[in-house]
Design a protein around this ligand. Structure first.
Ligand code: TMP
Length: 237
């Protein structure tokens, strides 16, 4: 499958059309941003690692009965995906206190939460992706209540599948962001699942193995992404 026209360029990926109107190619870049684009940089080989890590997670989820837009890997940096109309709601699930939750609620970073916390954010760069609730989603016409219900159910199912798998690799799934799209009228998991969109902590040492290393200038960013890939697959990239 060949790339045709550039359909869309995001912060971390370019999306191309193909000769099949139902299929797109997602090409993963090394560009990294944080704080709504305020901080910019590059993480060597991130595009390759996130492409392969996302493919790994989408395959794991498919085996557990959760479909996504992922069709197959095409190359180091490219995957073939089903065309979806992205729902402009980011779905975040949190298992440990970290990130913006800690800031918003005045918590200490680190402890497990007594239950998973589900949040919705309005996918709108100009507004800085504000936290929203189901009423906001309804009045903004971002999704129907039924679609919100499906996204919430899938996000929590995905939480169980990923948490269980990562445990076997001695990794904690701290939190993560999912995006969904509409495909032939149905809600379908889309975008990526990678160290850009998840927080992973080493279970024994608590070491951060995700984009927080870039956000907070902790160093060893590429090595952290490599380590996630290595633990998931046992392979070289
Ligand atoms: P947060 O703690 O900054 O709200 O982030 C929660 C999770 O969502 C974390 O795993 C990182 C991910 N995330 C994204 O994928 N994109 C974003 O724009 C933001 C703010 C967070």
């Amino acid at each position: 499958m060949e790339k045709k026209a550039l359909l869309y360029e995001g912060k971390a990926k370019r999306i191309y059309t193909t000769e099949d109107p139902g299929l797109l190619i997602a090409a993963y870049k090394d560009d990294a941003t944080a704080f709504n684009g305020l901080k910019k940089g590059q993480i060597a080989n991130k595009g390759i690692l996130n492409n392969k890590i996302s493919a790994f997670f989408f395959t794991l989820l498919a085996q557990a009965g959760v479909d996504s837009h992922f069709v197959k890997l095409l190359s180091d940096r490219e995957m073939l995906v089903k065309k979806v109309e992205i729902i402009r709601v980011e779905v975040v699930v949190r298992n440990y206190a970290a990130g913006s939750l800690v800031e918003r609620l005045g918590l200490e970073e680190g402890p497990p939460l007594s239950r998973p916390v589900l949040e919705f954010y309005y996918k709108n760069d100009a507004l800085g992706d504000p936290l929203i609730n189901e009423d906001h989603i309804a009045v903004l016409n971002l999704a129907t209540p039924a679609q919100v219900g499906i996204m919430a159910d899938q996000a929590l199912t995905i939480n169980e599948i990923l948490t269980r798998h990562l445990q076997t690799r001695n990794l904690l799934l701290v939190d993560y962001k999912l995006e969904f799209g509409l495909h032939q009228g149905n809600v379908l998991l889309a975008d990526e699942i990678s160290p850009d969109t998840c927080r992973f902590w080493e279970a024994t040492t608590g070491e951060k193995l995700d984009k927080d290393r870039f956000r907070r200038d902790l160093g060893g960013v590429e090595e952290a992404y490599q380590e996630i890939y290595r633990r998931l697959t046992g392979g070289e990239n």
